[in-house]
Write a protein of this length. Structure first.
Length: 314
């Protein structure tokens, strides 16, 4: 019980489950479950103890050993697995292979959906397909999750994820701008050996490392990324290099962003944009929306930014 800090004397047998005659100790758990005689299971295997199937704790250990070896650096999981499942994984792995089978355990808090616990019976959970069907980028969901620490409960709402999408879009725009300004600077970030020229960039580089090393404070990491991108003094080269370096941790695929190709905006579209500017000044939003649709029909999209309308190819 070292992971969960359990006191075995406190674990009262029969508190929740009926006393199991096959258990010598109330905290015993099954490594192998035998198929009862006369029964054929869909999934069953031969073993020295008879036909059956592995207990679910041993499944995890077996997979871990096969794919990751006898020692796992970081084992993740939901916090609900601390008292039983992961405690049992430790018991059986250390019994088989010795101490410190897992070097670090990271347990995340639950994701709630619209303030409620996700459950199959309620049907209140979404898959990545649902996200895509809604026109959202799965990476926007990652951006959304990175905004909170993994050990704080997260509430999944469509509004939240849509806000994540617009934040992520702004980030991609910013990176695209930097790629344009630096002419798609080729930066090798894999070695983390950046030669940053601006002192402020060096500071932010250290601050990011401190935040991530502080139990994966991704929320702070994202904030530092934005500090970097908004900074007035840091050179574009440093900004881009460092943003891509941070992304080795964040995993937002910023390295795949290219500078937007320079596009000629046809005179006709330009005319619609100017008319829309006029309509907005007159607070004629119906006309402004109508013009937006005409611009879209011409194959362009218009965005309203604090600096005015931005037009680009749709
Ligand atoms: Zn497991």
């Amino acid at each position: 019980g070292k992971l969960a800090g359990l006191d075995l004397d406190q674990l009262r047998e029969g508190a929740r489950v009926e006393k199991n005659q096959e258990k010598k100790n109330p905290t015993d758990f099954a490594l192998w479950k035998l198929t009862p005689t006369g029964v054929r299971r869909q999934m069953e295997w031969d073993s020295p103890w008879g036909k059956g199937f592995p207990g679910w704790h041993i499944e995890c250990t077996a997979m871990g050993v096969k794919y990751l070896g006898r020692q796992i650096d970081i084992h993740t999981g939901g916090m609900d697995h601390i008292p039983v499942h992961h405690t049992n994984e430790i018991a059986q792995s250390e019994g088989a292979f010795g101490a410190d089978v897992v070097r670090f355990w990271l347990h995340n808090e639950f994701v709630m959906v619209d303030g409620e616990k996700m459950s199959k019976s309620k049907g209140n959970f979404y898959t990545l397909d649902d996200i895509v069907k809604r026109g959202l980028n799965p990476l926007a969901v990652r951006y959304f999750f990175l905004q909170a620490h993994y050990r704080t409960p997260m509430n999944f709402t469509w509004e939240g994820v849509e806000a994540g999408q617009s934040g992520y879009d702004r980030l991609l725009d910013k990176i695209g701008e930097l790629q344009a300004k630096t002419k798609n600077l080729k930066i090798k970030t894999k070695n983390h050996n950046l030669k940053l020229k601006t002192e402020k960039a060096q500071e932010l580089s250290k601050a990011f490392l401190v935040a991530i090393n502080d139990d994966l404070n991704t929320a702070k990491g994202l904030a530092i990324l934005w500090d970097l991108l908004r900074d007035q003094k840091i050179t574009d080269e440093d900004k881009l290099a460092l943003a891509l370096d941070f992304d080795q941790v964040l995993g937002l695929k910023l390295d795949q962003v290219k500078a937007p190709a320079a596009v000629e905006i046809p005179a006709e579209v330009q005319r619609l944009v100017s008319a829309r500017e006029q309509a907005r000044q007159n607070k004629d939003f119906a006309r402004s929306d109508d013009l937006r649709l005409q611009i879209q029909a011409a194959g362009f999209e218009v965005k309203d930014t604090p600096a005015g309308q931005v037009v680009r190819e749709a």
